[in-house]
Design a protein around this ligand. Structure first.
Ligand code: HEM
Length: 155
């Protein structure tokens, strides 16, 4: 049982740091540095970036959530669902599904529209919306990450 717990935790943290870390890198480093290029060039590099990142991120998000659920179940969370630990675990599932849905239903369509945009003004406007959505997404991740630390200390 301990080895299963260790394996799940290992995989969960690996998937989690990939999901959260790549979102931070994308919104703090990648997209801001792309903004130094003129809109038409930016569209091309965002398209190339999204073609690769978009395929990966859905799998990584799904793996993080699934492994977090399994890690909790294996640790016996069902016996303490009404404790602070249990409540944090349920809240983490809900928030993570929310962040993943926000990525799929809000953020990624903006990238799709930017790639298909008609002219430079439209590209600029969509890029600004991408930056705003990025801040919302990172805010969600920060709360989610704080919940992980809380669970580590029994909350
Ligand atoms: C971006 C999303 C996530 C990241 C970056 C992340 C990261 C982490 C990290 C670093 C730990 C280790 C904490 C420690 O031992 O100090 C952890 C533990 C854990 N995570 Fe996540 N996690 C994420 C999402 C989730 C989700 C959605 C769930 C589902 C409920 C979850 C469930 C758990 C559980 C049960 C533990 C073990 C807590 C314990 O008893 O020590 N995580 N996570």
């Amino acid at each position: 049982m301990l080895w299963l717990l260790i394996a799940l935790q290992w995989l969960h943290i690996l998937a989690g740091i990939f999901w959260f870390g790549s979102a931070m890198t994308a919104h703090v480093i990648v997209f801001p540095s792309f903004r130094r290029f003129p809109p038409e060039t930016r569209r091309g590099i965002i398209e190339a970036f999204a073609a690769r990142y978009g395929r990966l991120v859905a799998a990584v998000a799904g793996a993080t959530i699934l492994l977090g659920v399994l890690r909790g179940l294996t640790g016996g969370v069902l016996d303490m669902l009404t404790s602070p630990y249990g409540v944090t675990w349920i809240a983490a599932i809900l928030l993570a599904v929310g962040v993943a849905a926000f990525e799929g239903a809000r953020l990624s369509p903006v990238v799709g529209k930017l790639i298909a945009a008609g002219g430079p003004e439209q590209i600029e406007a969509l890029d600004q919306r991408l930056a705003a959505y990025g801040r919302i997404e990172l805010g969600g991740f920060l709360v989610l990450f704080s919940m992980m630390i809380a669970m580590r200390f029994g909350y």
